[in-house]
Design a protein around this ligand. Structure first.
Ligand code: CTP
Ligand code: CA
Length: 225
């Protein structure tokens, strides 16, 4: 992707994002998924392009058009997402983990459709790697930004995640029932970093993405003046 002539505050800066859900197969016709629409990540990708960045997007299964100027890689599982991120991360300056990555996957994927033989059945799950924490722990880690999707106390949980994963910034996001977040066109966030935070009230995800990019740019420039 040639973006040498772009202008804007992030001209020459390479951004890698993840977006959407992942799907963890159970058998050839079933999977474990989640309610992420990918809209926030795609809106962010678009806003980063508007700010002049070179943007690559690793997307889980979503039904969204690729924003103009974005190089998109489609993946399905958490492990495919991790592999693609690790392939591309050395080429980026800012990494934004917006995807709702499955925390667990079925240990065994049945090679034929599972039949309903019993009254109950169990699927044994094993942990997926944490892509965001893995990126943040790289020796030449990019500036890293995460999202925390919570159904309660979003800022408290998000701050714990920011510190535990050693990431530069985290956007705390209340999800579920009547709030913004998953499956919605609007969202409200609190962006947290070491020594500061900013509340971004309920707004269209496109507007919110522009505000997030402005704040991320400020902190990024502060880290690499
Ligand atoms: N994340 C990731 N890889 C995973 C799980 C999460 O990269 N295997 C990233 C998400 O993209 C997000 C951040 O970590 O940016 C937080 O995800 P979240 O699900 O809110 O937090 P977890 O650390 O998975 O904790 P929990 O689900 O237990 O709340
Ligand atoms: Ca999780």
């Amino acid at each position: 992707l040639c973006n040498h002539f772009s202008s804007g505050p992030l001209s020459g800066v390479r951004v890698l994002l993840t977006a959407g859900p992942t799907r963890e197969p159970i058998d050839p016709v079933r999977f474990i998924g989640n309610r992420s629409s990918g809209k926030m990540g795609f809106a962010l990708a678009r806003a980063f392009v508007s700010a002049g960045a070179t943007v690559e997007l690793v997307a889980g299964p979503v039904s969204l058009a690729t924003p103009a100027g974005v190089a998109r890689f489609d993946v399905e599982t958490a492990r495919e997402m991790e592999q693609k991120v690790l392939d591309r991360v050395t080429e980026c300056d800012i990494f934004v983990g917006c995807a709702a990555v499955a925390d667990y996957r079925p240990e065994v994927v049945a090679d034929q459709k599972i039949k309903k033989n019993n009254e109950q059945m169990e699927i044994h799950l094993v942990r997926n790697n944490d892509i965001l924490a893995t990126v943040a722990a790289l020796s030449k880690a990019p500036f890293t930004v995460g999202f925390a999707a919570e159904t309660q106390a979003p800022e408290t949980y998000a701050e714990k995640k920011r510190i535990a994963k050693k990431i530069d910034m985290i956007a705390a996001n209340l999800v579920g029932a009547s709030e913004g977040g998953f499956e919605r066109d609007e969202n409200a966030l609190t962006l947290l970093w070491e020594g500061g935070q900013k509340r971004l009230p309920l707004a269209d995800k496109g507007m919110l993405a522009e505000q997030l990019v402005t704040l991320i740019t400020e902190r990024y420039e502060n880290r690499y003046p």
